[in-house]
Design a protein around this ligand. Structure first.
Ligand code: GLU
Length: 432
């Protein structure tokens, strides 16, 4: 079983979508189920409606799954597991106040040491615990041995017990911490492989330690994906518009191209342009580069254009506001100067809109308009052009410039003969 575990705390980041895609591909390859776990335990950071937005994005990208679980619905299991750890003395109640812990943290900082909990409450006598009316957290006692994680991408990574620390698993309000909820839920869902971003690498020994402490013997495999850097070489953050999947979609990048791009970067695919179905045939997690992938808008635009070229013409026409294969073919011609559906729309819409004619061509445009309105139907552009030229008595710039503007709404653009091929049936609507 695999899982994708998004937090409903903001717009979906492309790094998260990459994680979702990889989980989906590997689940298909292994013929194992993929579940979605909405990690909604951080009430303060949750944003209403983001869970549905994430599910909608997954649907748009063709990422299917067997089940959606909300982490907050598992609270009773988290409490039961914490109780088990307390009974077995693997966990202990900690009465240290947040202020006290903060002071200790400051001291460590001043001494330039990594802060570690000093285990002050670890061996409190039961009488002291029961008589203490102060709020308390529950901590899991630090491991005794080095924890080694064999990561499918990073290789073998070891963590010393001190780095894992005696960490909090239940807060004072008795809600589980992220690591505890996550480790328990992976166990409850029988997860065999966790694919996630490398920002979670430092959580992995803690989650491993939690499950081992609970007596869970199954080895959960990990694959931590390197981060995606922006063009400045910094981690892509909310400040980079292109980090938001929603933004990319609004800008006219299509799901198949975004997926292609996210599977391509930091990877060694056998070809540059592909869809998810192809990727399922050759994708190999172990070929993913250990170093960060770098985001390139130019490459994404190129891939988007290639996907738009391959798209069914009627489908493409829908992206620009029509449902007509001719308009889709026309849009494909405009791909020589556009790479997104938004840009294509900005080229196609003016064709059908009232035209802005420069003063110098107004007179000629009037004559051409009348000529076209009265003209018979011509299959070929050359015949059409010869007829309009002859009948209007215009030639050269005075003919071609206004004709182009009348037909396309722009002064420059693709070969007009190509454009005519797909516009000839709509001349009445275009030249008004
Ligand atoms: N909820 C975490 C996040 O969105 C992912 C946790 C995980 O995959 O283990 O970053």
């Amino acid at each position: 079983m695999l899982r994708f575990a998004p937090s409903p705390t903001g717009d979906m980041h492309i790094g998260n979508l990459r994680v979702a895609l990889f989980n989906f591909i590997v689940s298909q390859q292994k013929k194992e189920d993929l579940i979605i776990r909405i990690e909604d335990t951080d009430k303060e950071r949750n944003i209403e409606g983001k869970d549905q937005e994430i599910l909608d994005i997954l649907a748009l990208f063709g990422i299917t799954y067997s089940q959606v679980i909300y982490q907050s619905e598992n609270f009773r299991f988290h409490s039961a597991m914490a109780l088990q750890l307390l009974h077995e003395k693997k966990a202990f109640s900690c009465f240290c106040s947040p202020e006290w812990l903060e002071k200790k943290r400051e001291e460590a900082k001043e001494n330039k040491e990594a802060y570690r909990y000093d285990d002050a409450c670890r061996d409190l006598l039961a009488e002291l615990v029961i008589d203490n009316l102060n709020p308390f957290t529950i901590r899991l006692a630090r491991p005794t041995d080095t924890i080694i994680i064999d990561d499918l991408i990073k290789g073998s990574v070891s963590f010393e017990p001190d780095a894992v620390d005696s960490f909090i698993i239940m807060r004072q309000d008795k809600t589980p911490t992220y690591n505890f909820a996550c480790a328990v839920d992976d166990m409850l869902s029988d997860i065999s492989l966790v694919i996630r971003g490398e920002d979670h690498m430092s959580n992995t020994p803690k989650q491993d330690h939690i499950r081992k402490s609970l007596g869970y013997e199954k080895n959960v495999q990990y694959a931590h994906l390197p981060i995606i850097l922006n063009d400045m070489g910094k981690k892509m953050s909310k400040r980079d518009d292109a980090s938001s999947v929603k933004w990319l979609l609004e800008e006219g990048f299509i799901p198949s191209a975004i997926s292609n791009y996210l599977i391509l970067i930091g990877n060694k695919p056998p070809c540059e342009i592909f869809d998810i179905k192809d990727a399922i045939k050759w994708f190999n997690l172990e070929s993913i580069s250990k170093s960060p992938a770098r985001f390139s808008m130019d490459l994404l635009r190129h891939i988007n254009k290639e996907h738009l070229k391959k798209m069914d013409a009627t489908e493409l026409s829908r992206y620009v506001g029509f449902a007509d294969a001719n308009i889709g073919e026309l849009a494909k011609i405009y791909l020589e100067e556009a790479s997104t559906t938004k840009e294509l729309k900005s080229k196609i819409t003016p064709i059908f809109a009232p035209k802005e004619m420069p003063e110098e061509f107004k007179e000629s445009a009037k004559i051409i308009t009348k000529t076209i309105k009265d003209a018979p139907y011509f299959e070929e552009y050359d015949e059409f052009k010869s007829y309009v030229m002859k009948t209007s008595g215009l030639k050269g710039k005075d003919f071609f410039k206004p004709l182009r503007i009348l037909l396309t709404g722009a002064q420059n653009g693709p070969d007009i003969a190509l454009v005519y091929k797909y516009l000839k049936n709509y001349l009445g609507e275009i030249v008004k």
